[in-house]
Design a protein around this ligand. Structure first.
Ligand code: NAP
Length: 258
């Protein structure tokens, strides 16, 4: 059988911004049978760059992504973006469908409540903001980009943690701390106790890096308002191994086409 490396190495676009995308890039950047390009949204000022070739910034919607895929002669797309990054996932699905390019979608498994957890699931951040009046001191751990629904919440005091400085107005009674995970249980317990937090608002991002605040909430008996994910892409896989296996399958298909 021909090896792809004996012909032209197919270009693979990896939509990233997650630790899992970084792990996939580590596996594939030196793969002899493909050329990998990682793509980051450019949301954080100093991103952890993945191994290998990387581009940063939006493509310009579906049409821009289609143009990019054509220009770079991309033959496989891997979507390993954050579970709340629904727009880029939707755009990737539309662009791949239009061009007939295989799309491998990785979705990080969501967190599920354990015994002792007091979670209230809400569909979106607006619904979470509507519940804030019931609490006095809220730890708002939802990142930087989606703080807007809380800007008019005047009743509770908020502890807000983001990686970079938010560029939207914060609620009037708030303290901002800038920090990047992973966060560890002892530190999360200390943070919650030091600020007398009585509720946490979290997105159901999944993964280990930001989970320990939920374990701390369980230990302290604190309620958690948990924001559900947007609808995930169809035909997704939940492990890095499954992504690598699908890549092998797609490469095999491409080899037989040459
Ligand atoms: P989004 O709403 O899905 O994407 C908005 C736009 O950003 C996309 O339409 C695309 O712009 C660009 N974009 C997103 N990911 C990209 C990538 N990997 N490469 C190139 N362009 C990309 O996602 P978001 O605005 O970044 O974030 C939405 C939610 O996801 C937030 O809750 C955020 O906290 C969470 N999140 C995102 C990331 C991330 O790396 N994106 C990481 C952690 C958490 P064009 O339409 O111009 O192509």
């Amino acid at each position: 059988m021909n090896s792809v490396s004996n012909t032209r190495r197919p270009a693979v676009l990896l939509l990233g911004g997650t630790s899992e995308a970084g792990a996939i890039a580590s596996h594939l950047a030196t793969h002899p049978d493909l050329k990998l390009i990682s793509s980051l949204a450019g949301r954080v000022a100093h991103p952890k760059l993945p191994t290998g070739q990387t581009r940063i910034g939006g493509f310009g919607g579906v049409e821009g992504l289609i143009t990019y895929l054509q220009q770079e002669k991309i033959q496989i797309v891997i979507d390993a973006t954050h579970p709340f990054a629904a727009n880029i996932s939707r755009n990737a699905a539309a662009a791949c469908q239009r061009l007939g390019i295989p799309l491998i979608s990785y979705v990080r498994p969501p967190w599920t409540p354990q015994q002792g957890d007091h979670w209230q699931d809400v569909p979106d951040l607006e619904a979470a903001a509507a519940l804030t009046r019931s609490y006095h001191r809220i730890f708002l751990a939802i990142g930087r980009q989606e703080l807007a629904p809380f800007a008019t919440c005047i009743h509770p005091w908020f502890l807000i943690r983001t990686i970079d400085q938010p560029d939207v107005p914060l609620p009037p009674n708030a303290k901002l701390i800038l920090a990047r995970g992973p966060f560890h249980l002892a530190d999360e317990l200390r943070l919650l106790k030091a600020h007398a937090i009585d509720c946490i608002i979290s997105k159901n991002s999944g993964g280990p890096a930001t989970y320990d605040k939920l374990e701390a909430a369980r230990i302290l008996g604190l309620p958690v308002i948990m924001v559900d994910r947007p609808t995930p892409p169809t035909n997704n896989v939940h492990t890095i191994e499954a992504v690598l296996s699908q890549i092998s399958t797609e490469l095999g298909r491409l080899i037989t086409k040459y």
